[in-house]
Design a protein around this ligand. Structure first.
Ligand code: GLA
Length: 646
C-alpha cells in the first residue's frame, strides 16, 4: 500500500518534468542540493513578532534555541521573516538591512547564529515588493542571491506578494537558479500559498518545501482548515520536497494545550517542516514539551520520508497514519469535535502485517501497551492521541475507554441521563482491580447505579459501569464534559464523553427566535430575520419579517426534544442575487428525511414546506448547492415556524 504511494510520487514528478520540460531543464533544479532529506526544523519570526523584529531578538532567539533544548531536539534554522530590509536598495542596487532594526547587518547576525551551531534563514518575495511593502527580489534574483550567500544565509523563504501576475514557475525558477549560481548551500522555501498547485512543480524548480495554503493564524479553525487542505497532497512529498502547511503556532496563546498537541501531532505526521513561531525566550515548560517531544519529532524526521495521510474520517473523528522506516506505523487519533469521544482503527487498517499482538507506544504519555488488533483510545475535545504501532509484544494490555449515554444527543436543564463507562480490554492479559469514577461539571450530580469496581476484565471483553447524571436546572445550553477516570492494577486511563444541554421550544415559535444547536453555512454567516447581505428577507418580490438565511451549502440544527408536531416554512433564494442561484432544501428529523424541495432557482416563489415532526428530537435544515456551484446561493427558510406543546 505504501509502496504504491511512492510509485505515485515518482510517476507524478515524471509527468511534471515532461510538462515543465523546457523550464525545468534550463534550471539548476536538477542539481538541487540534498539539504532537506528530512523536513527542516527551526524557528521563524513572523507568527509571533510580525514586523516587530530586530537583531537582538534574533540573537536572543538563537541563544534560547540552545538553552531551551530546542537545538538538542533537532531545531536548527533561525529564520528572519519580512521587515528585515531597509526601505531602499543601496547605491549598487543591493538589498540592505534596515539600519535601525539590524544596525550590525545580516552577516554579523549570521555569524552569531553560526557560532551556536545553528543556521540562519532569511526572507524575500518573488515580486517587486514584500508583503509589507519593502524591496523584494523579482528581477533582482542574481544580485540578491549573491548578497544572501555572501552574508552566510542558509535558507531563503521566498514569498509571493506583488508578483505582477508573472508566471509562478518562471519567478520561482529564476531565484532557484540564482541561489544555485552562488555555490552556497541554501535551503529554498517556496511560499506561494498553494495558488498554482506548487506541489506539482516546486520540487522540480529547486524548492525543498512549499506552502500549500494561505497563512495560518493562532486559531483552532485556521489550523483545522489548513489540515483539510492537505488531503491528497501526500503523493507529492518526499525527501527534499515537502508540503508546507505553514509554520507552527504552538505556544502563541490562541489555542488550548490540547489544541496545540493536536496541531503538533498532525504537523509531525504530515512531514511538515517544523518551524516554531512562538517566543522561544519566554516559553513555558508545557510549550517546550510540546515542541520537543523526541518520539513525536522522530515521526516527523523518519528517514523514509513518507508523508502521513488520512485513512478514516467520520465527521468529527479522524485517523491519520504514516508508515515508519523502523517498521510499524505512526497514527494520530484526532477529535475535531467539541465532545470527547473514542477514536480508533485496527492494525489491519494501519496496513500492518498479521500478528498475534501489536505494541502501541503512546508518544505523548511515554507508555507502551499491547493490543490484539484494535488501535483505539478516548480523545478529548479538540484533541489528539499519537501512537507508533508495531507487530509483537506481550506487555500491559491496551485499555480503551468510552463514555456513552442514553440521551440520543441532548437533555434539558434539570433532567437526568444514564452514562455508561465502558472499559474494553484490547490486550492479551486480564485487566484486574478496575475502579471507575465519573466526573461532571460543578453543580451536576453523579451517582453510580450499582458498583464502580470490576474485579477482572478478561482479554477481548468489555466491562460497563452505569451512572445516573443529573444536570442542574440552571445548566446552560451547549456541550458539557463527562470525564471518566479508570484505574486498574497496572495503569490508569481517562475516558472523555459529553452531554449536550438544550432547551425545549414551547408554543409556536419562529425558528429564527430559537438558538440553533449548530449552524454551518457555505459563505458569510447565518442571517437571522435578514438576508446574508443584511437586507430584509425577500423572495420573488415578497418580503418576510421572520426567517433564517443560511448560504448554501448549509446545515442548521434545532433541538425539538419530541415536544413539537409541525414545521412549516417557505424555501427560496433571496432576490438580492438578481434571480441567480439554485439550491435544494431538505428537512431531516433524527436522521430521517421529511421533506425535499428539489432544485429551487433564484426568482422562483418560496416553495411551501409543511412537515409532521412528531417524536423528532433533532431537526436539521439543509440546503445544497444545486446543479451548479454555490455562487449566488442565498438560500432562505422564511416564515419558518414550529408548533410545539405548552
Ligand atoms: C505572507 C506569508 C507569511 C509572511 C508574511 C510576511 O503573508 O505567507 O508567511 O511571510 O507574508 O509579510
Amino acid at each position: 500500500m505504501y509502496g504504491r504511494t511512492r510509485g505515485v510520487l515518482l510517476a507524478v514528478l515524471g509527468a511534471v518534468s515532461l510538462v515543465a520540460g523546457p523550464q525545468a531543464g534550463a534550471s539548476a533544479a536538477a542539481d538541487k542540493p540534498s539539504l532537506a532529506p528530512t523536513p527542516p526544523m527551526g524557528w521563524n519570526s513572523w507568527n509571533k513578532f510580525h514586523c516587530d523584529i530586530n537583531e537582538e531578538l534574533i540573537r536572543e532567539t538563537a541563544d534560547a534555541m540552545v538553552s531551551s533544548g530546542m537545538k538538542a531536539a533537532g531545531y536548527e534554522y533561525v529564520n528572519i521573516d519580512d521587515c528585515w530590509m531597509a526601505p531602499q536598495r543601496d547605491a549598487e542596487g543591493r538589498l540592505q538591512a534596515d539600519p535601525v532594526r539590524f544596525p550590525s547587518g545580516i552577516k554579523a547576525v549570521a555569524d552569531y547564529v553560526h557560532a551556536r551551531g545553528l543556521k540562519l534563514g532569511i526572507y524575500s518575495s518573488a515580486g517587486t515588493k514584500t508583503c509589507q511593502g519593502l524591496p523584494a527580489s523579482l528581477d533582482h534574483e542574481t544580485t540578491d542571491a549573491a548578497s544572501f550567500a555572501e552574508w552566510g544565509v542558509d535558507l531563503l523563504k521566498y514569498d509571493n506578494c506583488n508578483n505582477q501576475n508573472r508566471p509562478a514557475v518562471q519567478r520561482y525558477t529564476a531565484m532557484a537558479d540564482a541561489l544555485a549560481a552562488t555555490g552556497r548551500d541554501i535551503v529554498y522555501s517556496i511560499c506561494e500559498w498553494g495558488s498554482n498547485k506548487p506541489w506539482e512543480w516546486a520540487a522540480e524548480v529547486g524548492g525543498h518545501y512549499w506552502r500549500t495554503t494561505g497563512d495560518i493564524s493562532d486559531r483552532w479553525g485556521s489550523m483545522v482548515s489548513i489540515l483539510d487542505q492537505q488531503v491528497g497532497l501526500e503523493a507529492f512529498s518526499g525527501p527534499n520536497a515537502w508540503n508546507d502547511p505553514d509554520m507552527l503556532e504552538v505556544g502563541n496563546g490562541g489555542m488550548t494545550t490540547e489544541e496545540y498537541r493536536a496541531h503538533m501531532s498532525l504537523w509531525s505526521i504530515l512531514n511538515a517542516p517544523l518551524i516554531a513561531g512562538n517566543d522561544l525566550r519566554s516559553m513555558n515548560d508545557t510549550t517546550r514539551a510540546l515542541l520537543t517531544d523526541p518520539d513525536v519529532l522522530a515521526v516527523n524526521q523518519d528517514w523514509g520520508g513518507v508523508q502521513g495521510h488520512k485513512i478514516a474520517d467520520s465527521g468529527d473523528l479522524e485517523v491519520w497514519a504514516k508508515p515508519m522506516s523502523t517498521g510499524g506505523t505512526a497514527v494520530v487519533l484526532f477529535n475535531r469535535g467539541v465532545a470527547g469521544a473514542q477514536v480508533g482503527t485496527t492494525a489491519a487498517g494501519l496496513g500492518l502485517p498479521r500478528a498475534h499482538s501489536y505494541t502501541m507506544r503512546d508518544l505523548w504519555a511515554n507508555t507502551s501497551v499491547v493490543t490484539r488488533s484494535p488501535v483505539r483510545a478516548s480523545v478529548p475535545p479538540h484533541g489528539a492521541r499519537m501512537f507508533v504501532v508495531k507487530p509483537g509484544g506481550h506487555g500491559n494490555p491496551s485499555v480503551a475507554t468510552d463514555v456513552v449515554d442514553n440521551t440520543g444527543g441532548y437533555i434539558e436543564p434539570g433532567d437526568s441521563l444514564t452514562a455508561n463507562v465502558r472499559v474494553a480490554n484490547d490486550g492479551l492479559r486480564p485487566v484486574r482491580d478496575v475502579r471507575i469514577a465519573l466526573a461532571a461539571p460543578d453543580g451536576w450530580t453523579v451517582r453510580a447505579d450499582h458498583g464502580t469496581k470490576v474485579h477482572v476484565v478478561p482479554p477481548g471483553r468489555t466491562a460497563t459501569v452505569g451512572f445516573t447524571v443529573t444536570a442542574p436546572a440552571t445548566a446552560a445550553n451547549g456541550t458539557h464534559a463527562l470525564t471518566a477516570d479508570v484505574r486498574y492494577r497496572d495503569g490508569r486511563v481517562p475516558g472523555y464523553g459529553a452531554v449536550s444541554i438544550a432547551t425545549r421550544p414551547v408554543g409556536t415559535p419562529w425558528i429564527s427566535d430559537l438558538a440553533p444547536v449548530s449552524a454551518q453555512v457555505g459563505w458569510g454567516s447565518l442571517g437571522v430575520d435578514k438576508s446574508v447581505d443584511g437586507h430584509a428577507l425577500t423572495i420573488a418580490g415578497i418580503s418576510y419579517a421572520k426567517g433564517i438565511a443560511p448560504h448554501a451549502a448549509s446545515e442548521v440544527k434545532y433541538y425539538l426534544g419530541t415536544h413539537c408536531t409541525r414545521f412549516t416554512a417557505g424555501a427560496g433564494i433571496d432576490d438580492e442575487t438578481g434571480k441567480r442561484g439554485s439550491v435544494t432544501f431538505t428537512v431531516t428529523g433524527d436522521g430521517k428525511e421529511l421533506a425535499d424541495t428539489g432544485v429551487v432557482t433564484g426568482g422562483q416563489a418560496a416553495v411551501p414546506v409543511d412537515v409532521d415532526v412528531t417524536g423528532v428530537t433533532e431537526l436539521v435544515l439543509t440546503t445544497g448547492v444545486g446543479p451548479d456551484n454555490n455562487n449566488y446561493d442565498h438560500s432562505e427558510w422564511v416564515d419558518a415556524k414550529l408548533t410545539c406543546e405548552g
